[in-house]
Every structure is written in structure tokens, then in C-alpha cells.
Design a protein around this ligand. Sequence first.
Ligand code: ADE
Ligand code: ZN
Ligand code: ZN
Length: 240
Amino acid sequence: WGVQGHRVIGKIAENHLTKKAKDQIALMLGTERLPLITTWADEVRYSPEYASTAPWHFINTALGLPFEQYTGVVKALQEPNAYLALTQNLKDLKDPSKTKEQKLVALKFVAHIVGDVHQPMHVSRAEDKGGNAITVKYQGKDTNLHSLWDSGLLDYEGMTYSELAVLLDKPTPMQVQQWQKDDITKWLFESYTISQQLYAETEKSAEFDYKYVPAHLPTVEDRLLQAGIRLAGVLNAAFN
Ligand code: ADE
Ligand code: ZN
Ligand code: ZN
């Protein structure tokens, strides 16, 4: 996601933290705020110190796998990827032997990666770099499939992240309960399923007309909400 998407997720997550988690996160962050630290991982990915974290933002596999097989493939991946990075940073966040600084870094990665794995084009295939190498036309201009899903569709809304969070943060209690129970591999598989549909559509035509927004914005919004609720879920579990 772009800045906007990550902040919406951070804001929704903040709304669903338990008192205990909220207090501990506030202590860790000092003057910073959860919605604002969600984009830190993107800011450092091109710096020498954090160059090795560049592959932590996405996960690429072959397409067309059913859930069980997909999960097996994901768990067997050796190269750095979003799944490994998320599970490792979640572990670090709960690890009493880690320093305060290390835990803050882990929190910033968790807050970001939970978001990225809900962006369908971040759970896709390597050949086209998650759609970065697929040129599409949107509103008469050339862009690429990845960027359209990171930010293009959301920019169309023309709202601030706080406004978007208010608009989207209306899950039913049942949805919250179910989404927070789901395993990380389920989050990935949902994104993977959507990205395959997007690839298939784009193969038919890469010139998207005015119908693309109403057809896909609801999916973007669902994914942002689910990411926010699930980020709150893992943080509540880590701090309780
Ligand atoms: N680079 C290579 N694959 C990518 C993906 N799926 N998402 C983002 N960047 C990538
Ligand atoms: Zn992206
Ligand atoms: Zn990212």
C-alpha cells in the first residue's frame, strides 16, 4: 500500500486495541502514533542499514495452488519474504530478551507487514514483480497494476486517512472475531486469490475504464479493514 493505505490500517487497528495493549504501545512509541509509524518500513527499505528488509514487503509464489498446497509452499520458502518477516518480528515483539529499541523496530515492521500482506498484489508472482511490470491504462494515463492497487484506487476516494478510517471501521462483532481468529496463511491466501483474479482480468484488457473503480474499490476497502482488525488482533495478543 501507499502511505494512505498503511495509515488507514494503523488508525483502524488503534480503534480496536485493548486497554493493556494501547497503554504498552503508547509507552513504546512516546510522542509517535500507531497510524504514523506504519510507513516507517517503506521509508527505510532503501537505506543501507535496512537494505536486507526489502523482500519483507511481499511474497511471491507460483499461481494456481489450492490452500493446503499454498500454505506448504509458503512455509517452505527459504528466501526472505513477508511471511517469514512477519512471524519473526511478531516473535521479537514478544521476546523478553530483546531491548526496547529492538522491540520498537519489530512493532514498526509488524504494523507495516500486516498491511502489505493484505494488498493482493503483494501476494502474487515474481515474473512481473507483483504487477509492477504490468503496464495498465487508468483514466487515460499509463500506470502499472501494482501501483494502481497500492494507491491509485484509494487516491480516487480523495479522503484523508482519518476520514477513510471512520468510513471503513464498521465491522460486525462476528467479523472482528472471525478475522482475528484466522491464521496468517489465510490472510495470505485471500490476497493470493484476489491477485490471481486481477491478473486474469488484466490479461483480457489492460485498458481500465470508469467501471474499474466501482468494481474494485470495495475490495480495497475490505482489505484495509481486515488488515486493521487483524493488526489489532496480533498486537492485543502480543501485549496481553
Ligand atoms: N517485487 C517483486 N515482487 C513484488 C511484489 N509481489 N510486490 C511488491 N514488490 C515486488
Ligand atoms: Zn506495493
Ligand atoms: Zn511495504
